[in-house]
Design a protein around this ligand. Sequence first.
Ligand code: ARG
Length: 648
Amino acid sequence: LFTMATEEGAGNVKRQLAKVFEKSIGETVPSEVGVQPLIAASPPNFGDYQCNNAMAIFSKIKGKNSEFRNPRSLGEAIMKNLPQSDMIESCSVAGPGFVNIVLSKTWLAKSVQKMLLEGIHTWAPKLPVKRAVVDFSSPNIAKEMHVGHLRSTIIGDTLARMLEFSGVDVLRRNHVGDWGTQFGMLIEFLFAQFPQWEDDSEIPIQDLEVYAVRYLVCGDLNSEPQTSLPLCFSMGFYKQSKKRFDDDPDFKERAQKAVGGEPKYRKAWAKICEISHYHLVSRISPSLSPPFFLRGVILSVYQGESFYNPYIPRVLEELGSKGLIEESEGARVIKIEGKDIPLIVVKRDGGYNYASTDLAALWYRLNEEKAEWIIYVTDVGQREHFEMFFHAAKLAGWLPGDDIQYPRTSHVGFGLVLGEDGKRFRTRSSEVVRLVDLLDEAKNRSWQALIERGKDKEWTEEELLQTAEAVGYGAVKYADLKNNRLTNYTFNFDQMLSDKVPFVFLFVSLSFLFMVLWEASALQLLGNTAVYLLYAHARICSIIRKSGKSIDELKKGGEIVLAHPDERALGLHLLQFSEIVEEACNNLLPNVLCEYLYNLSEYFTKFYSNCQVVGSPEETSRLLLCEATAVVMRKCFHLLGITPVYKI
Ligand code: ARG
């Protein structure tokens, strides 16, 4: 993990404290003017933050006529020289020179209030990178999209959202596998099944649509595709072609020659891509389609492998002229230090491969698209591939030698999705689980849960559907994002959609007191799930609604006061939003944001259990604090690609 310097972010507590400490360090030790203050959140009971420079500076200056006997005395001097700041209430020195900082309650309150008035965007971190490519989702057209691509889609979408919020111009790239021998195989098989297409100079796209898609997708010509079509070929079709490919040498040879060959193949290939494109992009993108499975995921550009074909020869020529490419067993390769096998860039048969395409794509992204940070989201199984071609790009001088400077590439790897049996997640018939089915099931289950709670009598059909979708899709996305992405995770609908709580809810809403006492612990039964978080947000909205007050009016004259310790703790946590988003962006770890969001609901629950809101003398301040919490929660939901609900 690394950190990088960013411009000043207005909402960033660490950065604001750093400015104050920079002055004091420079004054205390003049040779250290301009040193970067090390500010970190404090361990419990040691204030809110601490400045940790004393030890490092002391070891640098000791013996050189320094007036300081030990790091602690240096820490004390840094503390004494702090300039007047309305951020800090008090400081103390602990251990070997840590300066512990207690932030001022008034400053915390004012900062939260300022955000409420000026908007959450004022808390957006500023990253020192103008444009990034996020390469994510990227299924292979020839095969069916599976849970691994779901992870890539969910994680990539969140990273893109976080970077966009932080002021980066993000190019979302769906690096679809739309090229390679497997296409020759599929097309050859297609021709064998539908000879009329081989002869026909114009393949009617409707036919391909109606029949082929039906066949390819459902595995037989007579079945009606469901409305939520899977995206690519059915495994059945793929498997049949593969069998023929393996069993029939003539077929194999024709298939190998097919791609890039005769016009009839190119035409068939183009049609297949067109159809896949339609099913892939238009059905994912909310603006083009009826409600589909990954609502809210924006996959703007379908720029598949074939797009980079024209650039490959040029790029390989450049690498060759730099002396990087050599001959090895009939193939052309780039040797990578420390790796047993080289990176193959031209296969023995003269064809290009995944690596040559990725090198051309990287060249294009750096030179044509002017991206400074290129981020690839795939399963960890591909780590080696990325390491190797990143290394080749460094050898070519496209990227600096280290991974801190720009332009930079990052591989965002993620673990496997496991079933409850601890094995790779599969359906009963042991096929890879289809993405659509999985999301449909999540939606149906949350729909069912709402009906069981009688919401169909209270709500319109529309409200019911929207909530079921928000909760169902939110649950799947959050279950994925909350884990450190590198770990495998176990897919469990019951856990992610647990609906035990609604009953408790019905029971506890009998009296206000009971609600306060029970609701908190009842909610926690749900654990760290999207359902819990969506409930928590909806509850805040209902508190505000039931108060009968207008937030706009309160914002005009009202003032936030953080008198109670639980109010202060909530206010401080709210204010840490900016540095958390920055950390999540820098390390490309969405789980950091999930953890923040979960803790935010916990801080809120504690505050709400111990501080009466409606009807108390502090009502105005506390309602504003409720609103600030809801605003930050909604921004977290937005960054995680989850749709908030306002009642539940
Ligand atoms: N299509 C590949 C797969 O399904 C992922 C592509 C990732 N992006 C890239 N530039 N290699 O495994």
